[in-house]
Design a protein around this ligand. Structure first.
Ligand code: XIL
Length: 377
């Protein structure tokens, strides 16, 4: 190939006035340009990386929007993380006015040996909440998922005494400090066989549910007493079983005041928001308060890109929280954690990003879904 400069000089392109260019690449480029080929575009600027999302404490607090309704907006927390991780404590205090201990108030955690009760971590969570003007929900007095192992070895009368002691001591300890208790959690079987086969049913019979509510009411007559469960958020056979259980308790005059819908949702198979609304309304019509008690939204099974999955998640959070905002007797919304850094979902369902803030406490679209719903947008 003739020397480029020669070509330029000899004006192969027919323009005698073309300037003479020296450096090679520039020369080639000039050549192509001179010959009406490529328009020299500005050197390609590297793709713009979007600025990092704001952190949890840099955005408007959810509790401000919730208080205007009013609704309590809360999250499950861990005492150890509140003590050891400042970013965790700061994000929690910034957004929430309602707290649930993720596991520190469960019987199995409190009384590992008969009669030896350790309320240290539960007290720490209560103290944090009170220092930040938050309301506290106790969770959960009677739950097969975390009960003392030694309960199995007791006779029925001994088991009844142990349960009554636990309720009286624990509810009594936080009387006037805890506004609501999940008294009984997940007592209904998933297979429509009625009540779940638990140590409580085996040792105490089906009456253990009513007894637990009565003992809790005696220990703190002002606390809202709640039946809490999962899988019965919309209209289905399990929500019918929950409805029938709490209706019968009301009919018997048992001091139950509310129902908690856990709302551990999989965005790939959701109950319709309209069904959740109808379910909440029928429970409200029984004179009960309802609450969303443990919300998180799994996205791992969704098709699409990470960005579309997070946008789908935003819509789910928006639509479900909007149901609670629209239902006058839905008084509280609790998320089961708030940062993807710490979620039970990873261990129980596989790796996922189910919450409002990412692992670095940066806001996710989900946060805006919740904020828009609280603001009625
Ligand atoms: C889970 C906690 O998140 C985990 O840390 C713990 O290992 C097991 O329990 N339903 C409930 C919650 O009512 O108490 C459960 O919490 C999750 C399902």
């Amino acid at each position: 190939m003739k020397a480029l400069s020669h070509i330029l000089r000899s004006n192969q392109c027919g323009d005698n006035n073309a300037p003479v260019i020296r450096p090679a690449t520039a020369t080639l480029l000039a050549l192509l340009t001179a010959c009406g080929g490529v328009r020299p575009s500005a050197p390609a600027s590297p793709p713009l990386t979007p600025p990092p999302a704001p952190t949890a404490t840099e955005v408007e607090p959810l509790k401000a929007a919730a208080a205007a309704l009013p609704r309590l907006v809360g999250a499950a927390v861990q005492a150890n993380l509140l003590r050891t991780e400042p970013a965790y404590a700061a994000a929690f205090a910034h957004h929430f006015n309602y707290v649930t201990a993720e596991f520190e108030m469960k019987w199995g955690q409190i009384e590992r040996q008969p009669g030896q009760r350790d309320y240290g971590r539960a007290d720490a969570i209560a103290a944090f909440a009170e220092a930040h003007g938050m309301s506290i929900k106790g969770h959960a007095l009677v739950w097969h998922g975390d009960s003392p192992a030694w309960l199995e070895s007791l006779s029925p009368p001994e088991a009844r005494i142990a349960l009554e002691d636990h309720i009286r001591t624990t509810v009594g300890r936080y009387r006037g400090r805890i506004v609501a208790w999940d008294v009984v959690n997940e007592a209904i079987a998933d297979d429509r066989s009625g009540l779940r086969d638990t140590v409580y049913l085996r040792k105490l019979g089906p009456g253990y549910i009513a007894e637990a509510f009565r003992r809790a009411h005696e220990a703190d007559p002002d606390a809202l007493l709640i039946y809490n469960d999962y899988g019965g958020e919309g209209l289905n056979r399990k929500s019918d079983d929950v409805y029938n259980l709490v209706r019968d308790l009301r009919t018997q005059g048992v001091p139950i005041g509310g129902v908690g819908l856990q709302m551990h949702l999989d965005a790939a198979s959701l109950p319709p928001a309209a069904d959740i609304a109808r379910n909440m309304r029928r429970l409200a019509d029984l004179g009960l308060l309802v609450n969303i008690s443990e919300m998180d939204v799994r996205v791992a099974r969704l098709p699409g890109t990470p960005a579309t999955r997070l946008d789908d998640q935003r819509r789910v959070y928006h639509d479900v929280v909007a149901v609670c905002v629209a239902e006058p007797r839905c008084h509280a919304i609790t998320f089961w954690g708030f940062t993807d850094r710490y979620s039970w979902i990873d261990a129980f369902f596989g790796p996922d990003d189910p919450l409002l803030f990412d692992e670095s406490y940066r806001v996710k679209p989900a946060y805006f879904g919740v904020m828009d719903a609280l603001r009625g947008r």
